[in-house]
Design a protein around this ligand. Structure first.
Ligand SMILES: C[S@@+](CC[C@H](N)C(=O)[O-])C[C@H]1O[C@@H](n2cnc3c(N)ncnc32)[C@H](O)[C@@H]1O
Length: 285
């Protein structure tokens, strides 16, 4: 077992967790990843996964700060709503895909999930998540999670998790960044137990024309400058962000893909004028 393992030593869980994150790093990118050409349709880039990983490696240390500042603290509220939508219970094993710096994983562990497995393919992001983990305990009093939390290196399109082994799959602001979201949705379905719950939190655009206009002004012309300044980023991460949202599939398409994958009771709930949306669905019994 690597340096990072379960926050409380326990027997190895029945599901295969693949390679646990061992504290190593991928290569930190300090050079340009996104420019006018690659941003014309970032989702169509054949090497999107490589670019996405390099970008998150570069911004990992200031990622949380930028999230809080540029969403005016709303990002944590959105994650809380996602956890509530998933209805996390004390018997649940939660798989938090593209967990990044672990904010959603931590919330699931604090909500009482028996076990949370955070999976991401950018070691620099996992490294930040690792610094935020606390030991598991019976209560949130003091500095303990109610449930156990572990981190693993893994790809959303080839999850290192056994079939039908988790009760909840969550993914926050990750689906848009995955090279083939359809493939990832198929993986979510595979690893969920029958009747298991899926919750996806993702950026969207307000449907109200005036709100949309105001938001686009901020999102495209203010945030990229200030966020780049805060992170001292050279990869173009905060130009990629609005571009990747504006060119990503719409809400209806995501819902259709969930149904096609086999999910039932699918729904989309817009948050904060539709700046974010929480999608949910269930695997058939
Ligand atoms: C915007 S961050 C979201 C992090 C976190 N879920 C949150 O709520 O802040 C997107 C994350 O997706 C990860 N990611 C993108 N594609 C991935 C893939 N194919 N497999 C695993 N992680 C992936 C990136 O490494 C990054 O950490």
């Amino acid at each position: 077992m690597g340096r990072v393992a379960a926050s409380r030593s326990r027997k190895r869980p029945p599901e295969a967790i693949g390679e646990r994150y061992n504290g190593g790093v991928n290569q930190t990118q300090t050079q340009e990843v996104w420019n006018e050409r690659t941003l014309s349709d970032p989702h169509a880039m054949p090497d999107k996964a490589k670019r996405v990983r390099a970008m998150f490696a570069a911004i990992s240390r200031s990622y949380d700060l930028n999230n809080r500042l540029h969403s005016m603290g709303r990002d944590q509220t959105w994650r809380r709503i996602a956890v509530a939508t998933a209805g996390v219970k004390t018997t649940d094993t939660v798989l938090d895909v593209a967990c990044g710096t672990g904010d959603l994983s931590l919330m699931c562990a604090d909500a009482g999930a028996r076990r949370v497995i955070g999976v991401d393919f950018t070691h620099e992001m996992l490294r930040v998540a690792d610094t935020k983990r606390r030991p598991a305990g019976e209560a949130t009093v003091g500095k303990r999670h109610r449930g156990e939390m572990m981190l693993a290196d893994g790809d959303a399109m080839r999850l290192p998790i056994a079939d039908r082994s988790v009760d909840v799959v969550s993914i926050a602001f990750g689906l848009r960044n995955v090279a083939d979201p359809r493939k990832a949705i198929g993986e979510f379905y595979r690893v969920l137990r029958p009747n298991g719950r899926l919750v996806i939190l993702e950026f969207s655009l307000p449907t109200n024309a005036m709100m949309r206009g105001l938001y686009q002004m901020y999102f495209r012309h203010v945030m990229p400058w200030t966020a780049t300044l805060v992170s001292r980023d050279r990869t173009g991460a905060y130009r990629y962000l609005p571009r990747s949202v504006n060119t990503f599939v719409d809400r209806q398409t995501i819902l259709k893909e969930l149904v096609k994958a086999g999910f039932v009771s699918v729904a989309a709930r817009p948050l904060t004028f539709g700046v974010a949306v929480v999608y949910s669905g269930r695997k058939r019994k």
